[in-house]
Write a protein that binds this ligand. Structure first.
Ligand SMILES: Cc1cc2nc3c(=O)[nH]c(=O)nc-3n(C[C@H](O)[C@H](O)[C@H](O)COP(=O)(O)OP(=O)(O)OC[C@H]3O[C@@H](n4cnc5c(N)ncnc54)[C@H](O)[C@@H]3O)c2cc1C
Length: 500
């Protein structure tokens, strides 16, 4: 199902797919919030920018967000002070505060109508044993010179034990904002091409050649704002991040709703806000996170959120439900800046840890400053080339080891008994001569067979029966039941097999 945001925005997408060779200063891969924010600032500085997207503007992670604009990324500052330093935590805070102001300024200056609303943000808990974490976070904010209030009451329809409250945060209809940015980019001379999957980038002396739709774009600079960098070597981002999926429902509660934005710190995470919808307001509930690629359970995803809504608002009517995923860096800090020391003039913005709205604005400013040769005082916080210990060695091993033996033929015969293992309207992997074959049987028993090896780095895919997709547990790429790629970092389809 489409998100509330995508469903309520016209496809202002007059943008067309790439149909000729072009030259520009900066080629940006990805028209999500990161690519568009960066494109906006670069165009404003007079650079010739081309943005390529394999899908439509803002229809991937950014089109499926919850749209909270806050520097309070759940509990983060106590962690940052302890794991990095006070200076580092302060710079992270200031960068995010500045990003909120920047977004507000763009909206005012460019007159983008995107339901921007000033809101207080709460990190709340219902558990007595978690309360000390809220207090520690407030203490950390005070150390950093930030006002943060402790409250024991809020407008949520259930009792909390305590919450950290920050005023002057905001919420937004992010897709309206992105379409507004896209318009500004075009007005300032930039070009956006959709349905244009970048399949390769090559370096030729001092310029990059980006390949999409059988055409080439030559540029001095390239920016991978494609959510998950698709260039694997150098960079090695696949060993520094994983993806996590969350679910969102938009509910007509048929009652008056609260103000403010809310999130709790620990599993199961519930995040709340309200949103304008026609002449009423809807309640948005997000949560039920899990590592992308691990088969989701209806009861632990949408049902969990729906039950919650119905318990507290018995007249609840679910109007929208959707899910999406984001890249999670191993140290909770996005990767922004140079893609690799081996590739000059190539930049990246990724690993936003589900807080990519302020993160993208920070990225846009850092990368713009780098291209203009200006210093950016927050760049050191997000340095994409930082060397962090890889904490989860088991995961990294999984990420790289499951390489598939290649098939000689794409026509295969599977014993009837093996096929019987998979029920109708379900999928799974069966083994044939020690080789994995991904099977999906639709409701009528039609069989779709694919090679369940991710075309990104060869991990074994898992079947997701909720969305009828093949998902990668290593890096989060996703494919539909026919094997067609729907989510990065992979961009190639899976091999299909014909069952004899
Ligand atoms: C459920 C959920 C709720 C969230 N809520 C919030 C929130 O309230 N506040 C907040 O700050 N953050 C939130 N986030 C995080 C935020 O939405 C993301 O960090 C942000 O949208 C990521 O933006 P992006 O531009 O990097 O990625 P995307 O929006 O995914 O954009 C990347 C683009 O690159 C394109 N692309 C990929 N590969 C290629 C290729 N090979 N060639 C051409 N194009 C390509 C894709 O089609 C896509 O359009 C949330 C995340 C989730 C999962």
């Amino acid at each position: 199902m489409s998100s509330l945001w995508i469903d309520t925005t016209n496809e202002l997408d007059q943008s067309k797919s790439l149909g000729k060779d072009l030259t520009c200063d900066v080629c940006i891969i990805g028209a999500g919030i990161a690519g568009l924010s960066t494109g906006y600032y670069l165009c404003k500085q007079g650079l010739k920018v081309i943005i390529l997207d394999k899908s439509y503007i803002g229809t991937k992670t950014s089109g499926n967000t919850t749209g909270k604009i806050t520097f309070q990324h759940n509990l983060i500052y106590d962690y940052l002070i302890n794991s990095k330093s006070e200076k580092y935590a302060k710079a992270y805070l200031d960068a995010n505060k500045k990003a909120i102001l920047n977004i507000k300024n763009i909206i005012d200056e460019e007159q983008i109508d995107c339901d921007f609303e000033n809101q207080a943000n709460y990190v709340y808990t219902t558990k007595q044993e978690e309360l000390h974490k809220i207090h520690k976070e407030i203490q950390a904010l005070h150390i950093l010179g930030e006002e943060a209030e402790f409250v024991t009451n809020c407008d949520l329809p259930f009792k909390i034990v305590g919450a950290l409250k920050e005023n002057n945060q905001a919420q937004i209809h992010l897709r309206k904002y992105m379409l507004g940015l896209a318009n500004c980019i075009k007005q300032k001379g930039g070009e956006i091409y959709t349905n244009s999957t970048v399949i390769n980038v090559k370096k030729d002396n001092n310029e990059y050649i980006t390949f999409a739709n059988n055409y080439e774009i030559k540029s001095k600079y390239i920016i991978q704002a494609c959510h998950y960098p698709f260039i694997n070597f150098p960079g090695f981002y696949f060993s520094k991040m994983y993806q996590s999926t969350s679910y969102v429902i938009a509910v007509d509660t048929h009652t008056n709703l609260f103000g403010g934005m809310y999130i709790n710190p620990h599993e199961p995470i519930y995040s709340f806000r309200t949103a304008k919808f026609k002449d009423k307001r809807l309640l948005l509930i997000a949560g039920a996170d899990h590592k992308t690629g691990f088969a989701p359970d209806e009861n632990k995803s949408y049902k969990l959120l729906e039950n919650f809504a119905k318990k507290h608002y018995p007249k609840s009517e679910i109007l929208y439900k959707w899910n999406t995923r984001d890249c999670i860096s191993l140290d909770k800090i996005p990767y922004i800046g140079e893609f690799s020391s081996l590739l000059p003039n190539a930049y990246v913005a990724t690993g936003f840890n589900k807080w990519g709205i302020t993160g993208s604005n920070i990225a846009a400013n850092i990368i713009t400053d780098k291209i203009l040769g200006k210093e950016n005082k927050y760049a050191f916080v997000f340095d994409s080339r930082r060397v962090e210990p890889i904490k989860n060695r088991e995961e990294v091993k999984n990420m790289t080891s499951q390489v598939f033996k290649s098939f000689i033929s794409n026509r295969i015969k599977i014993p009837h008994a093996d096929l019987e293992q998979i029920k109708n309207d379900n999928g799974g992997i069966i083994k044939l001569d020690g080789i994995n074959i991904g099977i999906y049987k639709d409701a009528s028993g039609n069989i779709f067979a694919i090679n369940p090896t991710c075309t990104h780095l060869g991990c074994l895919l898992t079947w997701n029966n909720l969305d009828k997709t093949w998902d990668c547990p290593c890096h989060g790429s996703r494919f539909n039941f026919k094997g067609e790629n729907i989510y990065d970092p992979a961009f190639k389809n899976l091999d299909k097999f014909e069952i004899l």
